[in-house]
Design a protein around this ligand. Structure first.
Ligand code: PLP
Length: 373
């Protein structure tokens, strides 16, 4: 007898499609037997982690028979001092995705909803619906918007809020588009959000951003007790494989959300590596510089191929191919270049390309030129 597990699942899970990660390098090696593969699919740091973080992680391995410090004491105090916030304002997660999930599980459920923008990070919808709540999607700015095509449309986000809205997710800059919100516009928006709606401002890429009017959400925590800012060690710090991220909020909100935290959710190797990564400002600066040059290189190369690129301040670009992206993605794979299709984000003609080293970017551009020819 076969069992229909879909029918048995809670309603929110029945229609869910799992998150689609970037294709792992080993998987493509297995499939095509290629030996040289460039992966520009998951917004990872092409410089890798700081050597100091790796050394700290190695040293921590000697103690893995012990449970990690559940309070993340050392990382908490170092990071709090770095960010200029109270230690009690921090909430650590197994990646910042974990923090996003904790917020969803704390405030969402049947009869409630969360608001987020079209073409924004896929996990908002997944955690919202898994919690049994409704996801309300606010339309993005039009593709021909002169300043920020497909960016977050703040008026639409505000209009989507109703009496049952408990959480609003905003990514700044947004993934997969790379688009961003300026300081004044986002501040005005936060003032207009009802204070009973928890605003999760996802700043996974903030360390990369060099746009002059780009806001620092932490500056607003005092003004908006309903605000929680999330950040991660996965992107600029190159620690995606260890899974450590954090939220910053007023101590009351942080403590409330921590009620649903899994015990020991951040492992001891990750805690040690994250702490050491904070000490390597030079690695961060080199990562920012490499990204700046790589963004320019990719923007110029894609423009030379006649392609339109969405404005981006992150470590990735979203390019409009003007035709279905699937076959182009496959052609790139056959040439050993992994990028990210974003049809599941409602962008069937776009590909997202993470910024790599100069050589990786060149290889991606050359492969793309061949595939498009
Ligand atoms: C990568 C990313 C994250 C989180 O990644 P973690 O590895 O879970 O910290 C969160 N939000 C956005 C928008 C991202 O792109």
């Amino acid at each position: 007898m076969s069992i229909d597990f879909t029918a048995l699942a809670v309603p929110g899970v029945r229609g869910l499609h799992p998150y689609q990660p970037g294709k792992p390098i080993e998987e493509l090696q297995r499939e095509l037997g290629l030996d040289s593969i460039v992966k520009l699919a998951s917004n990872e740091n092409p410089l890798g982690p700081s050597p100091r973080a790796v050394a700290a992680a190695r040293a921590a391995l000697d103690e893995i028979h012990r449970y990690p410090d559940d309070n993340a004491h050392r990382l908490r105090h170092k990071l709090a001092a770095r960010l200029g916030v109270a230690p009690g304002s921090l909430l650590f997660g197994n990646g910042s995705s974990d923090v996003i999930d904790m917020v969803a599980r704390s405030f969402l459920g049947p009869g409630r909803n969360a608001v987020y923008a079209e073409h924004s990070f896929a996990m908002y919808a997944i955690y919202t619906r898994a919690a049994g709540a409704e996801g309300r999607v606010a339309p993005a700015l039009p593709a021909d918007h002169p300043a920020m095509p497909l960016g977050h449309e703040l008026d639409a986000l505000r209009a989507a809020i109703d009496a049952d809205t408990r959480v609003l997710f905003i990514a700044n800059p947004n993934n997969p588009t790379g688009t961003w919100l300026g300081r004044a516009a986002l501040h005005d928006f936060l003032r207009a959000v009802p204070p009973e709606v928890v605003v999760l401002l996802d700043e996974a890429y903030t360390e990369y951003v060099e746009a002059p009017d780009f806001p620092d959400g932490l500056a607003w925590l005092g003004e908006f007790p309903n605000l929680i800012v999330t950040r991660t060690f996965s992107k600029i710090h190159g620690l995606a494989g260890l899974r450590v991220g954090y939220g910053v909020a007023g101590p009351e909100l942080a403590a409330l959300v921590a009620r649903v935290r899994h015990p020991f959710n951040v492992n001891s190797t990750a805690l040690a590596a994250a702490e050491a990564a904070l000490d390597d400002a030079e690695h961060v600066a080199r990562s920012v510089a490499l990204n700046r040059a790589g963004l320019r290189q990719l923007e110029a190369g894609l423009a030379a191929l006649g392609l339109r690129v969405l404005p981006s301040v992150g470590n990735f670009l979203c390019v409009d191919l003007g035709r279905p992206a699937g076959p182009v993605f496959d052609g790139l794979l056959r040439r050993g270049v992994i990028v990210r299709p974003v049809a599941n984000y409602g962008l069937p003609n776009h590909l997202r390309i993470s910024v790599g080293t100069a050589e990786e970017n060149d290889r991606c551009l050359a492969a793309l030129a061949e595939v498009l020819a």
